[in-house]
Ligand binder design. Structure first.
Ligand SMILES: [Zn+2]
Ligand SMILES: [Zn+2]
Length: 337
């Protein structure tokens, strides 16, 4: 059997497969990139060739223009694709629309690179599928026992209840543009919220794309400048950065809400001036990270980014060899938001 290092190693550009001559989610332009999902910290423009799911390719084209790469190839979920000496497959990661784990195999050795992933409910993308493997290369964004995400429906119900209790105030929900915004909308619909949901202009393009892909988001309205004063009691979704903007001041007595796994840390919510923190994360929490590691049956775990040290310590205690890679440059999408 080949050694794991023959299938995956670290270079300054990020994770690299020598046997297939490709990088995964490279941080800088490379000849051949396999991209797990469309978030800006994983999907960057300027590669010669990109292999990704059709949705990830669409999202990259929406964000960077059709010329983000010289050539592209789409990978359907589950399709085995031969590259050099290895076989790769893209498997749903449950993170955002089109997100994938990448399975690399050769000679009976199987590695899985998760990219970002979650196991929680999300009506807007295919659910995470656990692939048994020898080496599991996982994110660890919330790899501390303090990060246990509460039931998602409770968080959504709190938001809806607040719009009823404070019907004279606009509810500004900060959510990043790819995935979180659409998931919040879909979860609100799932809890029976059927009023129009108002969108900051920066969220429109990707939300339209989700709808075009068949994701039901119900009635959506773009916020025009003159609308703001009359949106008391309504839900307005905006990029987190817009909550502190001049843009937000014209709403009637706005309540700053923020949908993020980081809202588990109350000090962080206070520091950001968030009045209604909503613990809604697109990353696995501590319990899901360790349950997933066990479920893969992997004898070895590499941790790409996040709270890698605590999770590596847990792995050691469970008799699993763990290696924190501490790759820099990932995690910005959620950290900023
Ligand atoms: Zn991501
Ligand atoms: Zn990320």
């Amino acid at each position: 059997m080949p050694r794991a290092e023959e299938l995956l190693t670290l270079t300054p550009q990020g994770l690299y497969c020598p046997a297939g001559s490709f990088h995964i989610d490279p941080l800088r332009p490379v000849p051949r990139a396999l991209v797990t999902h469309g978030h800006a910290d994983h999907a960057r423009p300027g590669h010669d060739h990109v292999l990704a799911t059709p949705q990830t390719l669409d999202i990259m084209a929406l964000r960077y223009g059709e010329t983000h790469a010289q050539t592209t190839q789409s990978a359907a979920y589950g399709e085995a694709i031969r590259i050099g000496d290895v076989s790769v497959r893209f498997i749903p990661a449950g993170h955002v629309l089109g997100s994938a784990q990448i399975v690399i195999e050769r000679g009976g050795l199987r590695l899985v690179v998760t990219g970002d992933y979650k196991r929680g409910e999300d009506p807007t993308c295919a659910a995470f599928e656990c692939v048994p493997c020898d080496v599991f290369i996982s994110e660890a964004t919330f790899g501390l026992p303090v990060f246990r995400h509460p039931p998602i429906r409770d968080e959504i119900a709190r938001l809806i209840a607040s719009t009823q209790l404070f019907a004279d105030r606009a509810h500004l929900v900060g959510a990043y543009a790819l995935g979180k915004a659409q998931r919040m909308i879909a979860l609100l619909r799932g809890e029976g919220y059927d009023r129009p949901i108002w969108l900051h202009g920066a969220l429109e393009k990707l939300s339209d794309y989700y709808v075009a892909q068949g994701i039901e988001l119900g009635p959506l309205r773009k916020v025009a400048a003159e609308d703001r004063a009359r949106l008391a009691g309504e839900i307005v979704i905006c990029p987190p950065s817009a909550m502190q903007d001049r843009w937000s001041r014209k709403f009637p007595d706005p309540i700053a809400c923020f949908a993020s796994g980081w809202m588990r840390v109350r000090a962080r919510a206070r520091q950001k001036g968030v009045e209604l923190p909503l613990v809604v994360s697109d990353h696995a929490d501590w319990d899901d990270l360790i349950a997933t590691i066990r479920e893969t049956g992997a004898g070895e775990v590499w941790l790409t980014h996040g709270e890698a040290d605590a999770l590596a310590h847990w792995c050691a205690g469970a008799g699993i060899a763990a290696r924190p890679l501490n790759l820099l440059g990932y995690g910005e999408e959620e950290a900023q938001s």
